[in-house]
Design a protein around this ligand. Structure first.
Ligand code: FRU
Length: 571
């Protein structure tokens, strides 16, 4: 890709006004001199290695931006910055974005705060960026809400609405919004409280921060819920290198009492991060508690992964139902998943960072890096074996549909295909329900008889293909991004798979393709795959192929999705 603009201003100079704007009205991060650790704890074996070393606390993803010269590149806007920019997924205007933070509905608007380095397309100097929306799809950029201060970077955290001023932190009975997040320096990670007097635009730090400090440099990412049965706020927070999630309680959001620890459990990895606890409706009735724990690195697909446990939470302790580990994704680009708080009817909605620490700082864009997944509605469903599992579906995407792209395809004979042109640069939604025929009788037993496959190909005349395939014999789905030529890096692996239903030649799938992002929702949302994709040229056709056996397409809909993001994109 070639440069199209090369502004003469340095990045730091050009961006300093944005930061100044965001920081305006915020205190200098005042910290009371008499602050003590809230809950001194006996160390739990095994000791976190970084408790004894003065290592970078988050060494699993060191920041190139901290290296000399790292923040002084001129702003270079390349064609790839535009070509790879999604049209309906949130991305930062410039700079680097990772985790979603402070996901909260304030009664009118949804807030999306996010981990943000406004100075460079690398992780570092973390602030809370901010955007608002009234539908979770059209986002308006807002000034930076929480800056880095002398106490440290503003790491991941949450926002809650205290509707009755139960905390006593607000001046009136209507309460307001509070944020709880980690301030991180090289030697300490502690939890901070800040409250907003302007509906989440700016935050004022509490006078007695940190509100929770256990003297660790590996203690981060608080999420807070109001637990109705015990009428208290409950915080889940990661003791990252210990592979534990700690539970704390408070009645005023400022004083926290240790309740219990969960883990190590499930995947080990290097760090536990970004825990989230939420009650999720179970199909057929009732609700169950789900604890999400992000792990990085060490995911089975490589690098970052979010695991979850279904269980009981009694206000003190989380007890998983079983030893089963659920993964939110079968690919590798949905991390640090966070859930919305204060949702009407307690709807369970999440957004994850569409990225992976293994390569997020090397992606082929120059002025911006990082995207969010689409908002997803979460439910619990029983799978073919009766296990309760997470189901995710994109929320209210139907509202973005343009005129359907005609593609009438009922039957595809074995060895043949059907193809349709795609409008270039536009986000596409494909939804299908397909049954692959039984093995043709004239085929001999053995390998040939086992190959009923249905393949969805997004491609171009340059020979690039992105394929999603269903293997009817084994009931598995695959995703292959290997034949896209726009990015290569050792960890940017290309092929992923998931099990749908054994002995079932039928599958349903919903695919959303938007510039450099791909989201797959199969089997009623039980199998979700999220992947960054970097074609070198536009993927301008869709081809459906049947191999080994014919297939019946019971339903197919193909829509362009209307652009929601005010960004320079290919359209
Ligand atoms: C997860 C994470 C968090 C941390 C933040 C820093 O991706 O590492 O643990 O708070 O990113 O930006």
């Amino acid at each position: 890709m070639t440069d199209v603009t090369t502004p003469s201003l340095s990045r730091r100079f050009a961006l300093s006004s944005i930061v100044a704007l965001g920081a305006a009205g915020l205190g200098a991060g005042a910290r009371a001199a008499d602050t003590k650790p809230s809950t001194p704890e006996k160390p739990t074996p095994p000791q976190a290695p970084d408790a004894t070393h003065k290592a970078e606390p988050n060494a699993s993803h060191p920041s190139p931006a901290d290296q000399p010269g790292g923040t002084s590149h001129p702003v270079v806007k390349t064609e790839s910055d535009i070509f790879y920019r999604p049209t309906i997924h949130f991305t930062p205007t410039i700079g680097f974005m990772n985790d979603p933070n402070g996901l909260v509905f304030d009664g009118t608007n949804f807030h999306l705060y996010y981990q943000y380095d406004p100075f460079a397309p690398y992780a570092g100097h973390v602030h809370w960026g901010h955007a608002t929306s009234n539908d979770l799809l059209h986002w308006q950029d807002q000034p930076i809400a929480i800056p880095e201060t002398k106490d440290g970077e503003a790491f991941t955290g949450c926002a809650v609405i205290d509707r009755t001023n139960a905390s006593g932190l607000f001046e009136n009975a209507q309460g307001g919004m509070a944020a709880l997040y980690t301030r991180a320096s090289s030697h300490r990670q502690a939890q901070y409280l800040a409250i907003s007097h302007d509906n989440g635009q700016t935050f004022t730090e509490h006078a007695h921060n940190p509100v929770l400090d256990i003297g660790s440099n590996s203690f981060r990412d608080p999420q807070v819920i109001f637990h109705e049965p015990t009428k208290q706020w409950v915080m889940v927070v990661a003791k990252s290198r210990l592979h534990q999630i700690a539970f704390y309680a408070s009645i005023d959001l400022a004083h926290w009492v240790h309740l219990s620890d969960f883990g190590p459990s499930g995947l080990f990895g290097v760090d536990y991060e970004c825990p989230n606890l939420i009650e999720v409706p179970l199909e057929g009735g009732g609700r169950r508690w789900v604890l999400f724990v992000s792990v990085n690195p060490g995911g089975p697909t490589g690098g970052s992964i979010t695991q979850y446990f279904v269980g009981e939470f009694d206000g003190t302790r989380f007890i998983p139902d079983d030893t089963v580990i659920g993964l939110t994704d079968f690919a590798k680009d949905a991390y640090a998943m966070q859930v919305y708080s204060n949702m009407p009817q307690d709807e369970a909605v999440s957004i994850a960072w569409l990225g992976n620490w293994q390569y997020c700082q090397e992606l082929p864009t120059q002025s911006w890096r990082g995207a969010m997944t689409l908002p997803r509605t979460m439910t619990l469903k029983r799978d073919f074996a009766g296990w309760i599992r997470l189901a995710q579906t994109p929320r209210h995407i139907e509202t973005l549909r343009g005129t359907a792209i005609p593609f009438a395809t009922r039957r595809i004979a074995a060895g043949s295909s059907a193809q349709v042109a795609l409008p270039p640069g536009t986000a596409i939604e494909l939804a299908m329900s397909v049954t692959v025929d039984e093995r043709p009788h004239d085929l001999p037993l053995g390998d040939k008889g086992r190959t009923g496959r249905f393949i969805i190909v997004f491609g171009n005349e340059q020979g690039e293909t992105l394929t999603i395939g269903f293997d009817a014999f084994s009931g598995q789905l695959w995703l292959d991004r290997n034949d896209l030529k726009g990015f290569a890096q050792p960890f940017f692996t290309g092929q992923f798979s998931t099990v749908l239903n054994p002995d079932d030649r039928h599958f349903d799938i919903r695919v959303i393709l938007d510039a450099s992002t791909l989201e797959i929702f199969a089997n009623g949302g039980l199998s979700v795959g999220t992947a960054l994709i970097f074609p070198a040229g536009p993927l301008d056709f869709l081809r459906l192929e049947a191999s080994g056996a014919a297939a019946t397409v019971e339903s197919l809909s193909l829509y362009p999705l209307k652009k929601t993001m005010p960004r320079d994109t290919a359209i």
